[in-house]
Design a protein around this ligand. Structure first.
Ligand SMILES: C[S@@+](CC[C@H](N)C(=O)[O-])C[C@H]1O[C@@H](n2cnc3c(N)ncnc32)[C@H](O)[C@@H]1O
Length: 447
């Protein structure tokens, strides 16, 4: 038995062991990010690549596993079998030839106590899969979770809520997200930054939006010219809409007082300060550990904000009574719009999560709205694709707040949708995460 496909890298069977552990953890409700952090550094990049692919194909793999083993083996063996099937079922996308993956999965099973006893069973299942691939894949196709690699409730909800875009969204969700940069245009134009990339022998990227640059291939951030000095940041194209949207139409002749209510890791706080460096920004974050990351981001950009670890829904614990000109509420949500970057999210969420989060989102809106100065803006956003966390929250809020006026907003931005574009409200703009944006203006009471 070879030690694996990588001549210099770690043996494949070891990567498969860690990938299977990650799959088992996600199926038990734990986040993939936390799992990957625990993987030894030398094995992490390989494990991440394989486990991202396994997450994207887990619906298919579980369906195939049920066909091969109607009585599921114990969790560790089940996770290893699913991981191998996820990686090898589609020959066109498999990272290694099928027989290599199968040999190495069996080796992985043999070499750890939790799966040793099932090594023969795993071997038999996977070899049967290689022999009967076409028929088994065709049978699995009847299961929508296999077809779309998302839970059934998710597929059905998408079809109900975004009928024209659901399938394009599901296809897009299977692709890795591009690396998108936000050029700090206070320091130089997007075109100038493209020239800097080219001068370093890197492709110039594709401009997107006012400050964005999409790279054809991801690169380590320290290779980006001027990254350490804050000339450029990494931020999805849809997320780059937040700061300009919130600031548009607000007074330009005085320093604004801005609240970024749910701020960590500070991507949008930094953008607000790039656009209005003189603004007095209060950045709140309930998780003290995550709040530290805001400091790191702002330091790199050489901008300043007051950062506090606090609960935005309890202003009496942190508000000094001075109203805000602008409030950014990037609310906690299911993160269902960023499955390309976090492919485990689809398997971690439960059907009732949106409704529960919607109650938190409504509470945050209700508690923060009184802190907004008349004439001010509150931008509500989530990186969720579900209407319960977008339109529904905002429409209900408008119903109970006559001073809130909805300004033209992107609404639900659907990632990389390829289908026909419906009227304003749902936007298919292309290569970006799925976000929801509603800009609320505080004006005279509606009658
Ligand atoms: C979507 S993330 C924010 C991303 C951030 N705006 C950015 O662009 O980098 C939501 C954040 O809100 C925080 N959060 C959740 N509930 C909160 C609350 N009640 N008060 C303050 N922060 C909260 C979460 O810990 C999480 O870091």
């Amino acid at each position: 038995m070879s030690e694996g496909a990588g001549v210099q890298g770690p043996p494949l069977w070891r990567l498969l062991q860690h990938t299977a552990a990650a799959v088992q953890a996600v199926l038990a409700g734990k986040s993939l990010t936390a799992q990957l952090e625990a993987v030894p550094a030398a094995l992490r990049p390989g494990t991440q690549a394989l486990s991202f692919q396994a997450m994207r194909q887990l619906g298919r793999a579980r369906a195939l596993c049920t066909l091969l083993a109607p009585k599921a083996p114990p969790p560790a063996a089940h996770a290893l079998l699913c991981s191998a099937l996820a990686l090898c079922w589609d020959e066109a996308q498999a990272p290694y030839p099928g027989h290599t993956l199968v040999n190495q999965a069996v080796e992985a099973a043999r070499r750890q106590r939790s799966t040793q006893a099932q090594a023969g069973f795993i071997n038999a299942c996977l070899r049967r899969f290689l022999r009967e691939r076409a028929a088994l894949v065709a049978r699995s196709e009847a299961d929508p979770q296999a077809r779309w690699n998302h839970p059934l409730w998710w597929v059905e909800r998408l079809r109900r809520e975004h009928p024209a875009l659901a399938e394009a969204w599901l296809v897009a969700a299977q692709q890795p997200a591009p690396m998108t940069l936000r050029v700090n245009t206070a320091r130089g134009s997007v075109a100038q930054y493209q020239a800097r990339l080219q001068a370093q022998g890197m492709p110039a990227g594709q401009p997107v939006g006012a400050q964005g640059l999409q790279l054809a291939q991801a690169v380590p951030v320290h290779q980006l010219p001027g990254f350490e000095g804050g000339d450029v940041s990494v931020q999805d194209a849809a997320a780059q809409l937040a700061a300009p949207l919130l600031l548009q139409g607000l007074p330009a002749d005085r320093p604004l007082r801005i609240l970024d209510a749910c701020a960590a890791p500070g991507g949008k706080t930094g953008h607000l300060l790039e656009l209005r460096p003189e603004a007095r920004v209060l950045a709140l974050e309930i998780d003290a550990g995550r709040a530290e990351r805001i400091h790191d981001n702002l330091r790199r950009l050489a901008v300043q904000a007051e950062v506090r670890a606090a609960d935005a829904s309890a202003p009496d614990t942190w508000w000094d009574g001075e109203p805000f000109d602008a409030i950014l509420l990037d609310a906690p949500c299911t993160a269902s719009g960023i499955v390309r970057r976090h492919p485990d999210v689809r398997w971690l969420r439960r059907e009732g999560d949106s409704a529960q989060l919607a109650r938190t989102q409504a509470l945050l809106l209700d508690r923060l709205w009184p802190l907004l100065r008349p004439g001010g803006h509150l931008l509500y956003c989530t990186c969720s694709v579900f209407r319960a966390e977008g339109d529904a929250v905002v429409q209900a809020f408008l119903g109970r707040n006559t001073q809130a006026h909805l300004r033209p907003s992107p609404g639900h931005l659907i990632a990389q949708a390829l289908g026909p574009v419906p009227a304003v409200g749902d936007n298919a703009l292309g290569e970006h995460d799925s976000f929801y944006y509603a800009l609320l203006h505080k004006g005279p009471p509606r009658v």
